[in-house]
Structure formats: structure tokens, C-alpha cells
Write a new protein. Structure first.
Length: 359
């Protein structure tokens, strides 16, 4: 379907996405059958229940940023597992719908086919399995809104949503330099930076004052984390420095490539894709951050769908001694082999999108 896709309305896409989201909701339903692992239940809820603690960063350490922590606190006030699961799932569902709407509007404005939303987003295996898993939809929703308003030249709104995005997930911060570059006026750049900072501060200030060590824990935790599901597992001694150098080079390449000027959404996609390609931490839920951009810039579908299937297999094999060889963290484990292959399959997608001609 091309520009005349007027028969496909947003409500059609939303209905389809809702059905698939519900499948994922039941896959992780607490005490259900099946009941697959999620960070929000198997780590966070277990911790809350075990220690009977309420306020993250103050009563207990939490490795997720402040907005995620606030959501956890609100969802756990009733001290009841199912209420907690329903609230976080509902927030993820709303965030997914908003993300879907932004991509729908961007495709509509550019006159592109809406088919890519179904193929590269809704029916992606990672969408089904990881939509109710962590806080990735919350982070990507705010990032997409920030990018959307930046394209419209609205620095105030863009900064507001960027700050909230980083307060939910740290990774969206990699797109900030490209938003700043988007504005030609110094005033707009400063407004974006100031608004982003104040927006981020609004969700973090309380924890900074009450327990600075607890506030800083998510950042020290991420910096001290070991290699996870990355080809850098092959060089564990130098993985942090190699990861940092490679990503710095990628950012510079996107910012200063002279042969073609990338749009803001393109450069952000390349930045996020480049990040997972060279990061020493690429857990499978990160794929949710990329799906809206794949829908906006569809590439080789076989590479995409294969990498997504392998992405889901990581979590399936992680808890199976038959397939993890007793230690899923080890580079000798098949879990890490398929994680590395998944990462390598994304490399040609990065190259294709980097060098393809602008249409």
C-alpha cells in the first residue's frame, strides 16, 4: 500500500497492536501458565515483597531511573502482585499506543506505506514477548515525542519529553546531540537543554535530596555491569574502553558525514542501532527501543525478522540448562552465541540505512 493507504486508519493499527499486546500480557501473567520471566515481576516485585520495602532509592536500591522508580512505587502501594502487574502493563500499553501513533503520523506525513508498522513493529517477535517486560515502551514513547516536536521546531516540548525519556530509560540520551543539532538557532538549543534538564530534575530532585547514594545507584550500577549478550564478551578485559571508543566514532560519523544529511529520525535510529551494535550490554528487551524506527525505516526483512527471532530465543534458552550449558553468561554458552549472531545481523541493517540514498 502506498500513499493512498487512507483505508487504513490509526484505529485499525491500534486494534491489531492491542490484540498482540494482550498475548504478551498473558505470556507473563503472574502465576499463570505459561509464566515467562520479566524484570518487573521476577526481579523488582520479588525484591519489594522479600524486603517489604516501599520507596525505591531510599528504602532499597533500584537499577532503573527515577520515572521508572516512581511508577514502581505507585503500582506497589497496594502491596498486591496482580494490581502491581496490571498498572505497569497498562502504562506500557498506553506508551506503546502513543509510540504507534507518532510513527503512524510520521509515515502519513511522508506518504509512505503503513504496512511497515505491521511487519516491523506489531508482528515482530520482540513486540510480542517484551512489551510487558520492563520499562522500554515508557522510555521510547517520550523519546519519540521529543523527536516529533523537535522536527516541528518546538524546543520547549521536545526538551520536556527528552528529560522524561531519560528519567525512564538512560539509552534515549544518545539521541540528544542530534536534536540539539536540529535547531539552527542558539536560543532553541539552549531552551532544549534547559527544559530537558529541568524535566529530568523534576523526577529526580526528591531522591537526590533524600538519599543521594540511592539516587546515583542506577548510574553506577550500569557503569559497573558486566558484559551481557554482546560480542564484546570475546574481549572481556577491554570491553568498556572498546565499547566507548567505537560508539564515539559512530556518533561522530553520523554527525559529520558529508555525503548525505540525515533527518533527525534517521540519525536517532542510527545512533540507537549503533549503540546496541557496540554496547557491552544488549539484553533482548532493548529491541523494543528500535522497533518504531524499523517501522519508519524498513530495511532487509529477513535480517530484521531473524535477528528478532534470535532475540527472543535468548530469553527462552537463558533458563534452560539444556541450551545454556549451565551458565548463560559464559561466552561458551549457546545463549551468548545466538546473542552475538543477532547483533551481527543488525550490522548490515546499520550499513544499509547509513548509505542508502535519501528518498
Amino acid at each position: 500500500m502506498q500513499e493512498g493507504d487512507s483505508g487504513i486508519k490509526f484505529r485499525h493499527m491500534a486494534y491489531l497492536a492491542t490484540i498482540i499486546f494482550i498475548v504478551g500480557f498473558w505470556l507473563h501473567y503472574p502465576m499463570g501458565i505459561p509464566n515467562f520471566y520479566t524484570d518487573i515481576v521476577d526481579i523488582i516485585w520479588t525484591r519489594i515483597h522479600l524486603y517489604d520495602k516501599m520507596i525505591p532509592y531510599i528504602d532499597y536500591n533500584l537499577e532503573y531511573p527515577a520515572l521508572s522508580g516512581i511508577l514502581i512505587y505507585v503500582a506497589s502501594i497496594w502491596r498486591e502482585l496482580y494490581t502491581y502487574y496490571y498498572i505497569i502493563s497498562l502504562v506500557s500499553y498506553f506508551s506503546m499506543l502513543v509510540s504507534l501513533y507518532v510513527i503512524y503520523e510520521m509515515l502519513k506525513e511522508s506518504g509512505k506505506s503503513f504496512d511497515s508498522i505491521a511487519y516491523y513493529m506489531i508482528f515482530a517477535p520482540s513486540f510480542i514477548f517484551f512489551s510487558v517486560y520492563s520499562f522500554d515502551w515508557l522510555g521510547i514513547m517520550f523519546l519519540l515525542l521529543s523527536l516529533f516536536y523537535a522536527v516541528k521546531g518546538k524546543a520547549l516540548q521536545s526538551g520536556l519529553f527528552m528529560g522524561l525519556s531519560v528519567s525512564a530509560r538512560l539509552i534515549p540520551l544518545v539521541c540528544a546531540p542530534f536534536i540539539i543539532k536540529e535547531y539552527s538557532k542558539q536560543r532553541d538549543r539552549l531552551l532544549f537543554i534547559l527544559t530537558s534538564s529541568l524535566s529530568w530534575l523534576s523526577t529526580n530532585a526528591y531522591f537526590m535530596i533524600m538519599n543521594f547514594e540511592g539516587f546515583i545507584y542506577p548510574y553506577t550500577y550500569q557503569l559497573s555491569w558486566v558484559v551481557e549478550d554482546s560480542w564484546l564478551n570475546l574481549i572481556p578485559t577491554y570491553y568498556r574502553s572498546v565499547s566507548g571508543m567505537l560508539y564515539f566514532w559512530i556518533v561522530c560519523l553520523i554527525l559529520f558525514w558529508k555525503k548525505r544529511k540525515f533527518s533527525l529520525f534517521e540519525s536517532s535510529f542510527l545512533a540507537l542501532l549503533g549503540f546496541v551494535l557496540v554496547s557491552y550490554k544488549f539484553p533482548p528487551q532493548y529491541m523494543i527501543l528500535l522497533l518504531p524506527f524499523f517501522a519508519l525505516y524498513p530495511s532487509n526483512y529477513m535480517l530484521f525478522i531473524t535477528s528478532n527471532l534470535l532475540n527472543v530465543m535468548i530469553i527462552f534458552w537463558w533458563f534452560s540448562p539444556t541450551f545454556n550449558f549451565g551458565n548463560p553468561w559464559s561466552v561458551n554458552s549457546p545463549v551468548q552465541w545466538i546473542a552475538i549472531v543477532r547483533q551481527l545481523l543488525l550490522l548490515p541493517i546499520f550499513i544499509i540505512n547509513f548509505f542508502k540514498r535519501k528518498t
